[in-house]
Design a protein around this ligand. Structure first.
Ligand SMILES: C[S@@+](CC[C@H](N)C(=O)[O-])C[C@H]1O[C@@H](n2cnc3c(N)ncnc32)[C@H](O)[C@@H]1O
Length: 462
């Protein structure tokens, strides 16, 4: 039998429509505002579906948007032939079937780039700023400079698994490093991963985007997360704490979402010791809703005691010997001892406060990939503000970049990650990079492979 086609689109006053009491789909104020903005921009493109009694089958969000816009009528298609069971099922299917579609991210990114270039307001596509930021990482050709500057094979990483091997509470020993699957707000988890030691350095990138909950009228959850994690910091008295945060724009202005947290840190005795710019290399092309293309994030540096950074950047004039004609002269023209006359220029110098390290070009949205560091970034911070064999603490381990960096810099990482999927990513990444150094589960002493077998989970081929 051919499928039924609607006979007509009717125009109903909004009050004639009855919301379905058992609708499982939710619409928060922000999403309703997005639908309303879309109706204003594109017109009404998708009629509300109702049953024979005028009860909504699909389109609760559109009805809320129509009310917000003060519309007198809305387009409606009546599905009076549905049985009660069909109607009940279709309320779910109408939403779920659309969610099951995927994205060709290459085409999507190219379309968004083109719209952005044409000056179209990308917020009308329904993607959040964080998603757009991830999607619009430089296109291949724009990233050429970055690539020629040197790709880092250690930045490759596997996709998160559907079914992870790791479980909450697992403590993995990875060579000289330790990674706990748990919550870094929880003092007992922190104590477990630290095993009585304290860190000389913390470098981390807290979650952002979805965790910064502006829809409920603030960033309460984010502040609570930050306070929880930074209350429990297991650092020495001279410990240095560096935190990477990116800009967030909302309502056409950038949000100082870190303000309450910065004040709170200061109340806890953490001085705002330094503020650095992480220059990420080629940013988004063209303008970004009227702004210049974003290409940097910030690194906030806190401490209770100052510590000199290590000299880790090669000097341009290394080895060059200052002679009587070089260096700084006194008023009478002579060059004194303190101006290093007769001495070679030192090999290494202290880095400057713009950290120039290229960010990965490709970041997906389907995988909800956390904003991943290039390994070179935590490695740089570790080399600058800790010494060999020092312990470095990473409360938001994500895909384990800091563990790889610690290995490269000969530091010992103590890391915590909440999501078992990302703990697995970190472990698989490690296995691939350092296959001769086993990953062992604390307590049972089994390898990652043995634990996977015991738990009946297959480790994907990487
Ligand atoms: C921005 S990502 C970090 C990415 C990391 N820098 C990397 O290179 O992969 C933040 C991570 O923090 C994790 N996270 C969020 N809340 C947490 C908590 N309370 N305890 C531990 N990890 C948490 C998230 O699951 C996410 O993987």
């Amino acid at each position: 039998m051919p499928p039924r086609l609607p006979d007509a689109v009717e125009h109903w006053p909004p009050d004639r429509l009855k919301p379905y009491a058992r609708n499982a789909r939710t619409h928060d104020d922000d999403q309703v505002a997005q639908i309303a903005a879309s109706i204003v921009e594109f017109g009404w493109t998708n009629p509300i579906l109702v049953d024979a009694e005028g009860s909504i089958v699909a389109g609760h969000g559109r009805l809320l948007a129509a009310r917000k816009l003060g519309l007198d009528t809305v387009p409606v298609v009546v599905l009076d032939y549905l049985t009660p069971a069909q109607r009940r099922a279709y309320v779910i299917a109408d939403n779920k079937l659309a969610l099951n579609a995927g994205w060709n991210e290459e085409v999507l990114a190219a379309e968004l780039h083109a719209l952005n270039g044409a000056g179209f307001d990308l917020a009308l596509t329904g993607f959040s700023e964080a998603e757009l930021d991830a999607l619009m990482a430089p296109l291949d050709d724009e990233a050429e400079d970055a690539e020629s500057a040197g790709e880092d094979a250690d930045d490759d990483m596997p996709a998160p698994p559907r079914e992870p091997v790791s479980r909450n509470g697992d403590l993995w020993k990875i060579g000289e490093h330790r990674l706990l699957c748990g919550d870094s707000m929880d003092a007992s988890s922190v104590a477990r991963v630290m095993n009585g030691e304290r860190a000389a350095l913390v470098f981390t990138s807290p979650p952002y985007g979805n965790q910064r909950d502006y829809t409920t009228g603030g960033v309460g959850d984010w502040d609570a997360l930050m306070r929880g994690v930074f209350t429990a910091l297991p650092v020495t008295e001279a410990g240095q704490v560096l935190v990477n945060l990116g800009l967030i724009h909302r309502d056409n202005e950038w949000q100082p979402y870190w303000r309450a947290w910065l004040d709170w840190m200061r109340e806890q005795g953490w001085r705002r010791f330094g503020l650095y710019v992480w220059d990420q290399g080629p940013g988004l092309p063209g303008d970004w809703n009227g702004r210049l293309a974003p290409a940097f994030e910030l690194v906030f540096h806190f401490n209770r005691k100052a510590r000199k950074p290590n000299k880790i950047v090669p000097c341009k004039w290394a080895g060059h010997v200052n002679d009587a004609h070089g260096g700084i002269r006194h008023k009478d023209g002579h060059v004194g001892e303190w101006t290093h006359a007769g001495q070679g220029v030192q090999e290494m110098r202290i880095p400057d406060n713009v950290i120039r390290i290229t960010r990965h070009k490709a970041r997906g949205i389907e995988t909800e990939h956390p904003a991943v560091f290039p390994v070179a970034l935590p490695e740089f911070v570790m080399r600058a503000y800790s010494d060999e064999h020092d312990i470095v603490y990473e409360p938001f381990a994500g895909s384990g970049t800091s563990i790889v960096a610690a290995q490269r810099a000969d530091r010992r990482a103590r890391a915590i990650e909440l999501a078992p999927e990302y703990v697995d990513v970190a472990l698989r990444r490690w296995r691939k990079l350092f296959p001769d150094q086993p990953v062992i589960l604390d307590g049972e002493g089994q390898t990652f492979e043995a634990v996977a077998r015991a738990r009946g989970v297959a480790i994907p081929d990487d």
